[in-house]
Design a protein around this ligand. Structure first.
Ligand SMILES: C[S@@+](CC[C@H](N)C(=O)[O-])C[C@H]1O[C@@H](n2cnc3c(N)ncnc32)[C@H](O)[C@@H]1O
Length: 339
């Protein structure tokens, strides 16, 4: 729910994100979003626009030793920070990448989340199409975005408060009203909508609001751009610091589900692509493996599903202990391909 500022240095941006995540509102919605995303042990989970890695440890704990968490961010400073913070989690992998062209295979993820990322993107619909591509049928996507058009700052000069909000929506945040568009965007991209939620983020003291909303620097940019009258805006800022403070905006979350049937994950392949894994077949780390929920001798599996090798997979000679040992190495190399 943070307001972006292109002027922020990487360290300031990270401190800013940390502060937002540690706030009561930040902790509450992240907790609820994680529960709604419902990552399971053994899942592969993507956090696109992962920032400094704030949510990666919780995801790693949820998926456990058999799962994998991928953090992707286009900012090298964020990637570096996220890697440092998750160094103790062997199942977490952070890489540089663009939400518009994810560096992941089709249907390779069980879950994905994008937390306050769409508001910044040149093409949010394209990013959602990418999430649709990389999440397997039946998998879930969690989105969380503010709606800056709803920002209401209490003051005697309502006109100035409105002009300030309008400046944010027209000149500060690229997709300022994305929060209210989440359900529509999910539907347009072919997701089923599991849930939509709206929370009011309320600030009752100037200091905590200032950390998130950055009124002085944004107001200054606005009067320099001619969007606010400087004298009136300075008086407005002075009143905000001296009077009982109140500001609020609406924050939206939505959970989308990739339909379990219909719509092939791997374009060009027949759906479902039925394959049989034969007894005695060997699966080695680094080898391209067949798509399937589990590799068991003789078991039929479907294209677009993720291969998960674990306890219970040792049905055939070769597809067993050795494969289990290599399961982690294999997990993110799973590809769809004609058998
Ligand atoms: C407001 S921060 C949120 C970070 C994190 N999701 C969180 O909740 O703390 C937005 C993040 O999206 C990243 N981002 C912006 N555009 C992106 C893109 N095109 N591809 C990948 N990441 C992007 C930024 O670098 C930043 O780390």
């Amino acid at each position: 729910m943070t307001l972006p500022s292109s002027a922020l240095r990487a360290a300031d941006q990270i401190a800013y994100l940390d502060h937002a995540a540690a706030s009561d509102a930040g902790r509450q919605y992240k907790h609820k979003l994680l529960a709604a995303l419902d990552p399971r042990p053994g899942n592969a989970v993507l956090d696109v626009g992962c920032g400094p890695g704030t949510d990666l440890p919780a995801l790693a704990n949820a998926v456990g030793d058999a799962g994998t968490v991928f953090g992707v961010d286009h900012d090298p400073a964020m990637v570096e920070q996220a890697r440092q913070r998750t160094a103790a989690f062997p199942g977490v992998e952070v890489q540089a990448g663009d939400a518009h062209a994810l560096p992941l295979d089709d249907a390779s993820m069980d879950r994905a989340r994008a937390d306050r990322v769409l508001q910044h993107l040149a093409d949010p619909a394209r990013a959602l199409a990418e999430l649709r591509r990389v999440v397997r049928p039946g998998g879930l996507v969690a989105l969380a975005e503010p709606d800056w058009d709803t920002l209401a700052i209490a003051d005697t000069d309502t006109t100035l408060s409105r002009a300030y909000t309008r400046y944010i929506t027209t000149s500060v945040v690229r997709n300022a009203t994305i929060g209210r568009q989440l359900a529509r965007l999910l539907d347009d991209t072919g997701f089923e909508i599991d849930s939509v939620d709206a929370t009011v983020i309320l600030f009752r003291d100037y200091r905590s609001a200032e950390t998130i909303l950055r009124m002085p620097s944004v107001a200054q940019r606005a009067w320099q751009a001619g969007a606010l009258d400087e004298q009136a805006a300075r008086a407005w800022l002075a009143r905000l610091t001296n009077c009982p403070f109140l500001a609020a905006f609406t924050f939206f979350t939505a959970i989308g589900r990739v339909p379990a049937t219909g719509g092939l994950v791997a374009p060009g392949l027949p759906s479902p692509l039925q394959v049989a894994v034969r007894a005695g077949e060997r699966v080695r780390a680094g080898e391209r493996v067949r798509a399937g929920e589990r590799v068991r001798a003789g078991e039929r599996v479907r294209a677009g599903e993720r291969v998960r090798l674990g306890a219970g997979s040792a049905a055939g000679a070769g597809v067993g202990a050795a494969a289990e040992r290599d399961a982690r190495a294999l997990r993110h190399r799973v590809v769809r391909h004609r058998l």
